[in-house]
Design a protein around this ligand. Structure first.
Ligand code: G4P
Length: 533
């Protein structure tokens, strides 16, 4: 089969949500529809318990499970679907952001009781950065949620995206009767089922049909009014607008009851993009090119303590990847071949002979890879846009065992390469700061340093508010800034200069004092301008 037809068969996406909205439940139901799992409960373990004090065994288990379920492949209606898992715990948000660079679209789950939550907004910001197409699933309609029109308004306002309902709830909570499919014009009556994989739809050509009243009783009038309003207020669904990330089709349902999901899956198959090109420092790479290329977006330490090897997750961006063929590691300028690349199906990891654009493969790594690394068939380009985001918590690393300095150095280096946290190094002296989005990472780092590197450290909290990458056209101002703020300027993992602002106020004053300097909260803007090194 040609590369083009392999591409046309594939869809690679992620499900994202604020914790507890129902991402894991929806994932499981989609796998059930796709035949990748037979029973509910198989994916359920894949999250760290949401307790305040973390249970390390649970983290270890999570790391193990998440390698196996990081990419779940299944077939649906002759399409090969790659569903990339994203960690549910907010402290691992950065892992989620990186995973989003490897997908072509997302399904965003919203809890109808809670509406748009903080993590939802941040995830959408990341989607907007590369115009990722978004489908919204409003979940938990069996609970007393907010008015659906209010929810749509909130989505548009807080997520800055136009919406178009594709299905519509009939009642909500105690009065929830089912959903009306605005595209296929049928009614799916609500019944609770955890395992059912097909629904019985009742076709309704005309909403004034008396059958509607028989089926829905008092809710029928409301449905008629709602549908009239929807057609008057919302623009028709346009695939182009969806594909460019401007318009989100919205579905309503109840994941735990396996309800309203099939409608979404049908439309997902129709609408969602096939693997798209990716931007490199030498322009966009067409996925249908003959030559293979791909990038590493995630690195996972193997949980087997007897083996130090790691698994690098690579998204194939163009051409055909083949086992045992030499490829170029662009950053290291060396050739590497892979004798046991794996694909990740929901059930187990399996050896693969080849892979195509949109696929994610696992490469055993003995320390060659960093997140963001590019592999090619000889070309010298590098994929762009694997962002580092400003951490929220900063701590200085204190070595608790001076005899193990080397181990500590190596451990910190490797763990931050894996993306567990960000490392910032003082330009003078030897101070190291770790930046994370959550407290949990510090515990994970301490635990892993001890168990995997035999090193121990403690952390000294630092009062920093944001890490800011900076750019400027004004050389003179830049030099003065670097000189006067030298105590607060550190190096990131790629040796870019980063300003650590202590408070929002300090950042504002700094901006006022240095108007020609632009401060950025992610390293993503590399695409437009050059970072200061
Ligand atoms: P997450 O991955 O986004 O964090 O959410 P997850 O799927 O774990 O769902 C969070 C909770 O919401 C779970 O309950 C789940 O059963 C429940 N849930 C998911 N979909 C629906 C729905 O449509 N209606 C209702 N009423 N609840 C739903 P839990 O108590 O945390 O876990 P469990 O004991 O049920 O497994």
């Amino acid at each position: 089969m040609s590369i083009k037809s392999e591409i046309d068969k594939r869809k690679t996406f992620a499900i994202i949500s604020h914790p507890d909205a129902g991402k894991t439940t929806l994932t499981e139901k989609l796998l059930l529809f796709g035949g990748a799992i037979q029973t509910a409960g198989a994916v359920k373990n894949n999250k760290i318990k949401k307790t305040a004090t973390s249970d390390f065994m649970e983290i270890e288990k999570q790391r193990g499970i998440s390698v196996a379920t990081s990419v779940m492949g299944f077939e649906y209606k002759n399409k090969l679907i790659n569903l990339l898992d994203t960690p549910g715990h907010k402290d691992f948000a950065e892992d989620t952001y990186r995973t989003l660079t490897a997908v072509d679209s997302v399904i965003l789950v919203i809890d109808c009781v809670k509406g748009v939550e903080t993590q939802t907004e941040r995830l959408m910001e990341v989607c907007r950065m590369r115009d990722t197409p978004v489908i919204v699933f409003i979940n938990k309609l069996d609970l007393e949620g907010q008015d659906p029109f209010d929810l749509l308004d909130e989505l548009e306002e807080k997520l800055q995206i136009n919406v178009r309902p594709m299905t519509w709830p009939i009642g909500i909570g105690a009065t929830f009767k089912g959903v009306y499919n605005l595209i296929d014009h049928n009614v799916n009556l609500f019944e609770s089922s955890k395992t059912k994989i097909s629904d019985d739809y009742i076709s309704i050509d005309n909403l004034n049909d008396n059958r509607i009243d028989e089926l829905l009783g008092g809710e029928a009038t409301q449905l008629r009014e709602d549908v009239e309003l929807i057609d008057g207020v919302y623009d028709p669904m346009e695939q182009e607008a969806y594909l460019s990330g401007k318009l989100a089709p919205v579905f309503f349902g109840s994941a735990v009851n396996n309800f309203g999901i099939q409608e979404m899956l049908h439309q997902f198959i129709e609408l969602a993009p096939t693997p798209k090109g990716r931007i490199t420092d030498q322009g966009e790479i067409d996925p249908a090119l003959d030559k293979f290329s791909g990038f590493v977006f995630k690195i996972h330490a193997n949980i087997d303590p007897n083996h130090r090897d790691r698994i690098a997750f690579l998204r194939v961006c163009s051409g055909k990847f083949e086992r045992n063929k030499f490829y170029k590691h662009v950053r290291q300028n060396k050739k590497i071949k892979f004798s046991n690349p794996t694909s990740f199906m929901a059930k187990d990891k399996s050896l693969i002979e080849d892979a195509y654009p949109g696929d994610v493969i696992g490469l055993y790594d003995t320390g060659n890879f960093k997140i963001g690394d590019t592999l090619t068939e000889g070309d010298n380009f590098t994929f762009q846009g694997i962002p580092s985001f400003s951490p929220e918590i900063f701590k200085e690393v204190i070595n608790d065992d001076p005899l193990k300095s080397k181990q500590l150095e190596k451990g910190i280096h490797q763990l931050t390469e894996e993306g567990v946290a960000q490392l910032f190094t003082a330009r003078m002296g030897n101070k190291k700061y770790i930046g994370t989005v959550g407290e949990l990472q510090f515990e994970v780092i301490q635990y892993r340093l001890k168990h995997e590197y035999n090193a121990s450290c403690s952390f000294h909290p630092m009062n920093f508010y944001k890490a800011c990458w900076f750019t400027s056209e004004n050389e003179e101002m830049l030099e003065e800034f670097k000189r006067l703020k030298s105590n607060y300027i550190v190096l990131d993992k790629d040796n870019n200069l980063v300003f650590l602002a202590q408070t929002a106020g300090v950042l504002q004053i700094t901006r006022d004092n240095y108007p020609d300097i632009e401060f950025h909260f992610t390293s993503e803007f590399k695409r437009q301008s050059t970072l200061v090194q």
